[in-house]
Ligand binder design. Structure first.
Ligand SMILES: C[S@@+](CC[C@H](N)C(=O)[O-])C[C@H]1O[C@@H](n2cnc3c(N)ncnc32)[C@H](O)[C@@H]1O
Length: 207
């Protein structure tokens, strides 16, 4: 899928569906918050949510006192929807509309979080591009949290094919600079009541 096709797909999703009408909606992103806490991040740690969409993770992190937050997404409409929901505090967050496979990170981050964005990359070339962005964006000693559909999770999301993983297959793909620290299988309930099996993996980045 070209970058333009991806962008128009996701802009269309976020301009035609309300927040709670998408299968990945979560009222409270508890597992993501728990995994971020487990990194040992402090209030000034730089945290980036990759493919953050209109997720309420940024609200939860602001509530918990994190002050250096960035949300990146392909869809400007998704980011605008989060900004509108958050109100005044949105001005303290950095919002980036970009395709992760071509993004040039402007700084290093302590924590890289991705729930259900990486798994849309099914071409080897795109996976490699994602990995090189993640390596350029993380400080040495930083951590990455990658949540995807699990090996027995759905084969598609938002009408698009996805790649499914467990901790070991992600670790094999990411290579020796990423050490798997934790992995958990989590069942997500979509707003329409369907069960989807996700896996969350946390990695330490080093040389
Ligand atoms: C299934 S949604 C998950 C959104 C959010 N992380 C959550 O948990 O609610 C996938 C998100 O990834 C974004 N996305 C997909 N491909 C992307 C890419 N190549 N670069 C940046 N964002 C992308 C989409 O716009 C969408 O918001």
């Amino acid at each position: 899928m070209s970058s333009e096709d991806r962008q128009s797909h996701w802009q269309n999703v976020y301009t035609t569906r309300r927040e709670k009408e998408v299968s990945w909606f979560q009222e409270r992103p508890d597992v993501s918050v728990e995994f971020i806490v487990a990194t040992g991040a402090g209030p000034d740690s730089a945290i980036v949510d990759i493919g953050g969409g209109a997720s309420r993770l940024v609200d939860a992190l602001l509530d918990d006192g994190y002050r250096s937050l960035t949300v990146l997404d392909l869809s400007e409409a998704a980011l605008a929807s989060s900004r509108d929901r958050i109100g005044r505090r949105a001005a303290t967050v950095t919002w980036i509309a970009a395709d992760i496979t071509t993004w040039r990170p402007p700084q290093r981050y302590d924590v890289w979080h991705d729930r259900a964005a990486f798994h849309f990359l099914t071409d080897e070339k795109d996976k490699r591009a994602y990995l090189s962005r993640m390596e350029a964006a993380l400080r040495v000693g930083g951590q990455a949290i990658i949540a995807t559909f699990a090996l027995d999770g759905p084969e598609r999301c938002s009408g698009l094919p996805v790649a499914r993983y467990d901790g070991a297959s992600l670790a094999a793909l990411f290579g020796p600079h990423f050490r798997l620290l934790a992995n958990r299988v989590v069942e997500h309930r979509t707003p329409s009541g369907a069960a989807q099996v996700f896996q969350f993996s946390r990695f330490a980045f080093g040389h």
